[in-house]
Design a binder for this molecule. Structure first.
Ligand code: SF4
Ligand code: SF4
Length: 462
């Protein structure tokens, strides 16, 4: 048995095109939050000269990430920017001197055991490059390695358009396997499964050839059914293990890592160059020449599209990531981020939202949900403000993959409703907690009163 999924147009127009290195822009804007966790602390000031790979933002707290300059030049200003997710974060603007001089401290890290390996991954600035942005040193820095028996390498790349992971496997397959060897050596894990959709023939053959020369690595070719690359779905379809509700892959002995993240870590161990540039797909109906590019982190989206060949139509919508789960880019001044695996420019026809009509209770949404949720029932519970029902329907499990909305003949805004349903469920939990605390307080007050009354009684008897 496999978890559900849907057939969507692949649009992998750029899979056969090796990435093109873009010219360095005159300026980059590097935000101090391109990861899940705490915002990094700026450690440079206006007027400082910096070089490629120099640390400009230091990880703060347990879940955070180091950030490095992607150009050599001068710090022009440090201000704030509002991210696509709506957060206000510090941002370092650097004017490039065009020389791309490497920072003197760049050298391969000294790694000889688990602790030095995790430290090196931290210093590399690696985060989940499939889009998640979770700091890699936190994921790999498992406190009890005996809990883990396998690594699932996410090479599914199931969103339309995106082919940057495909290019990693074709162009940097050797680094994927060096990453595997590093995990074997420093973490002692022996079992690896590369989960890859069957629409990536060239990448599959590279991975299979290399796996044939490496102990403990299997290549699992999976049907091209979206959302094959979502963590829960991939772990189930490759290992038949179920991540428990509210749990992590670690809870079932698995680490899941994106294939490009793994290749980047291996390359860092070899060369010592931190995460300063990104291979990403530039595509969509408004793009003149779809391609994969290597762009410095912090390059603006307007510089990116100009350097990548320009637009044939005015874009009506620009997205970080694919059309199913991507985030709308609010302005062309937004920068390329560490976890940007694609920028999709859609013309007005592609971006036009379909007309919404009333639900016809066909059940297609529930039939196609990979997690077997019932979006129609969730929408009802949200409309009637029924927190208890939202809990029963497990709205908090929804991974916002969009399968339900994609198949809905009435084009209901099911993902947006599920997001609101999750918020309502959180409020419901807060209300329940507040109610319990109130009742507890009342019980304590009552008990206190009874105690005082009893004490008075004892005194009057004396
Ligand atoms: S968005 Fe949520 S409810 Fe809809 S198919 Fe995906 S997981 Fe299921
Ligand atoms: S797929 Fe759309 S129309 Fe069909 S039951 Fe679900 S919400 Fe209603």
């Amino acid at each position: 048995m496999r978890l559900h999924g849907i057939k969507i147009p692949h649009k992998k127009n750029t899979a056969g095109i090796a990435p093109v290195e873009l010219p360095i822009p005159s300026r980059v804007r590097i935000p101090m939050s391109m990861h899940i966790g705490r915002t990094s602390k700026v450690i440079v000031k206006k007027g400082d000269t910096v070089k490629v790979g120099q640390l400009i933002g230091q990880a703060e707290g347990f879940v955070s990430s180091d950030i490095h300059s992607s150009v050599s030049g001068t710090v022009e200003k440090i201000d704030e920017m509002i991210t696509a997710g709506g957060d206000r974060v510090p941002c370092v603007s650097i004017v490039s001197d065009g020389r791309q001089e490497m920072y003197e401290g760049i050298k391969p890290p000294a790694v000889d055991d688990f602790d030095s390996f995790v430290k090196a991954v931290r210093q590399s600035g690696a985060v989940g490059l499939g889009g998640a942005g979770f700091p890699s040193f936190v994921k790999l820095g498992v406190d009890d390695l005996s809990r883990i028996d396998a690594v699932v390498i996410n090479a599914a790349e199931c969103e339309p358009y995106i082919t940057s992971d495909t290019r990693t496997m074709i162009d940097k397959g050797g680094y994927v396997f060096k990453g595997i060897e590093a995990i074997k050596k420093y973490m002692g894990i022996r079992h690896f499964i590369i989960g890859i959709e069957n629409n990536k023939r060239e990448a599959i053959s590279v991975m299979q050839e290399l796996a044939g020369k490496t102990d403990g690595v299997g290549v699992r070719v999976l049907p091209s059914l979206y959302p094959q690359g979502s963590e829960k779905v991939l772990v189930y379809n490759t290992m038949k293990r179920i991540i428990p509700k509210g749990g992590l892959p670690l809870d079932i002995g698995v680490i899941v890592t994106n294939v490009t993240t793994l290749a980047f870590i291996a390359e860092y161990l070899e060369k010592g160059i931190p995460l300063v540039s990104k291979c990403l797909t530039v595509d969509g109906s408004a793009v003149k020449e779809p391609k994969n590019v290597i762009a410095p982190i912090g390059m603006s989206i307007s510089d990116l599209i100009e350097a990548a060949g320009g637009l044939k139509n005015e874009p009506a919508k620009v997205m970080y990531g694919g059309p199913m789960m991507g985030i709308t880019v609010p302005s062309m001044d937004e920068p390329v981020l560490k976890n940007t695996n694609a920028v999709i420019f859609m013309d007005s026809r592609e971006a036009a939202p379909p007309k919404t009509t009333p639900c016809i209770s066909c059940g297609a949404c529930a039939d196609h949900c990979p997690l077997r949720l019932d979006p129609r029932a969730i929408a009802r519970a949200y409309k009637t403000d029924d927190g208890e029902e939202l809990e029963k329907l497990c709205v908090d499990l929804c991974m916002e993959c969009g399968c339900c909305a994609f198949v809905c003949p009435a084009h209901r805004p099911l993902v947006q409703t599920n997001k609101l349903g999750k918020l309502r469920l959180r409020e419901y939990h807060d209300e329940l907690k507040a109610q319990k605390e109130k009742e507890q307080k009342e019980r304590e007050t009552k008990a206190e009163k009874e105690k005082k009354t009893a004490q008075k009684g004892e005194v009057s008897h004396e």
